[in-house]
Write a protein that binds this ligand. Structure first.
Ligand code: GLN
Length: 495
């Protein structure tokens, strides 16, 4: 039998329907791959017993003639999604032994549709980071290697959803859940040659997902191709009474949008994204992408999003502000870790000092500062005003007839573990320069692999859509995918 882990979700669904193999066979193939791939540190918890039980239940449903939209498909779950009875840590010491009693809406929807849980995936602590080097567990490794002579530097898989991107690229799961507050789905997807979509704010329920910055957080899939991303998003998007920011709107059939003609669509190229020092190969990738869309019948127009340059600084005020408030709940009293103290304040201080890592502490301090009396108007209010202007830039572009906007996903390919950000955190924050605008405006964005750099590493293009128009993103991304092909990691060096 062929290696079942090589099948995409769409192919595996076909095989299961035709009874070429069982859900248990498929799950066993992934469990074996996960064992071989342990050196990648993609999973922080493997749940083989649960996986086999879910696969067995799936086989029983298939035998009865029932077949859910993701029947028998083995998935990995970012460790930010609460899973009932299964440890959920947000990769923070403060939640190291936390076992939720409830299941997030996203994962419940996946299991309702027949999917199988393989385990919990690594991420940056509380999803703060762009390289997955802030996890309290050993960091995940990108399955891609530089093709240079003897260059064996292990590379980051991007962050914060680095376990998700590494596992999907290394075929240690058929697809994975992820979250994106400033780029954490799209940047890791770009750095691993996978597809990731951050849906419109309000498209997917945030209920049961450990909160980072609630007005920016949104869940989405990381998958091997555009079709698989469409199948996963269709399953877990949709209204949810448990999240009041989740919009009451039916979920379209995203799979039907994949491969649809983009003839006569208008694609905007924002001139402000042509940043100083952008590597020539990223500029070329971007130009090639525009050319592909033009050949597919789209009109390419240059547009201006004048407030782009404020997005990153404003994001790094708004996100820490919200994080400092969200993370106040980890006080040693109600959740997770508790370090005894001589009184309640001492207990708070000791618990929080022991439980939070360096980057999380930095964000709490920045957030508390920008929200404090005397600084609130100067920082937080101004950042919120900029956010409105950023949103208006996009609204104007769409009002002028643009259907989607094309940009690079990231300013660089994957970099070496330990290479960036240790001396100056801003160096790491710059990874988000093309992605944060989308969260600030609440819009959907997809990252699709579009080429390799001169060291043989994947690079991605991003498409930004109108609010609630994920379908256009799936259509346009599939045109790029069709022209460029998929980007599987060639040699399986990790197992
Ligand atoms: N890299 C960004 C940050 O550290 C975004 C992270 C995310 O999207 N979760 O805030």
């Amino acid at each position: 039998m062929t290696d079942l882990t090589q099948l995409t979700i769409a192919e595996a669904l076909d095989g299961l329907k035709q009874k070429s193999f069982s859900a248990t066979d498929l799950t066993r193939a992934y469990l074996a791959a996960m064992e071989k791939g342990r050196g990648l540190n993609a999973y922080v918890l493997e749940t083989p017993d649960k996986a086999l039980a879910m696969a067995g239940a799936s086989d029983a449903r298939i035998a009865r003639g029932e077949f859910g939209p993701l029947e028998g498909i083995p998935l990995g779950v970012k460790d930010l999604f609460c899973t009932a009875g299964t440890r959920t840590t947000a990769c923070s010491n403060i939640l190291r032994n936390f076992v939720p009693t409830y299941e997030s809406t996203v994962t419940s929807n996946l299991w309702r549709d027949g999917a199988v849980m393989l385990g919990k995936l690594n991420n940056d602590e509380f999803a703060m980071g762009s390289s997955n080097e802030t996890s309290c567990f050993p960091g995940p490794v990108n399955p891609w290697r530089r093709q240079g002579a003897n260059d064996t530097t292990p590379l980051v898989p991007g962050g914060s959803s680095g376990g998700s991107s590494a596992a999907v690229a290394a075929m240690l799961c058929a697809g994975a859940t992820a979250t994106d507050t400033g780029g954490s789905i799209r940047q890791p997807a770009a750095l691993t040659g996978t597809v990731g979509i951050k849906p419109t704010y309000g498209r997917v329920s945030r209920w049961g997902i450990v909160a980072f910055a609630s007005s920016l957080d949104q869940a989405g899939p990381i998958a091997r191709d555009v079709m698989d991303a469409a199948l996963m998003l269709r399953s877990f998007a949709g209204p949810d009474a448990k999240d009041t920011t989740c919009v009451d709107r039916a979920v379209p059939d995203y799979a039907a949008a994949v491969g649809k003609s983009i003839k006569d669509m208008t694609i905007g190229i924002p001139r402000e994204y042509r940043i100083d020092g952008m590597p020539a190969e990223i500029q070329k990738l971007w130009d090639d992408g525009a050319q592909i869309l033009k050949e597919a019948g789209a009109n390419i127009v240059e547009i201006s999003l004048p407030h782009t340059k404020y997005a990153l600084p404003a994001y790094y005020i708004v996100a820490p502000a919200e994080a400092s408030s969200n993370l106040a709940r980890y006080d040693g009293v109600r959740y997770g870790l508790r370090e005894p103290g001589k009184d309640i304040v001492d207990l708070y201080e000791k618990t929080r000092a022991a439980g939070f890592g360096k980057e999380v502490r930095r964000r709490i301090m920045i957030g508390t500062y920008v929200l404090s009396a005397g600084y609130y108007d100067a920082y937080y209010v101004r950042a919120q005003q900029l956010r409105t202007l950023i949103k208006q830039d996009f609204e104007q572009a769409y009002a002028s007839g643009v259907d989607a906007i094309l940009t690079p996903s990231t300013p660089s390919a994957a970099f070496g573990i330990g290479e960036k950000g240790s001396a100056d955190p801003v160096e790491m924050y710059l990874q988000d320069v093309f992605t944060v605008t989308v969260n600030m405006a609440g819009l959907p964005g997809i990252a699709v692999p579009a080429g390799l750099d001169n060291q043989g590493l994947p690079l991605g293009l991003q498409l930004i859509g109108r609010a609630f128009d994920e379908e256009t993103l799936f259509s346009v991304a599939s045109v790029i995918e069709k022209a460029k092909g998929r980007f599987p990691v060639s040699d399986r060096w990790w197992g």
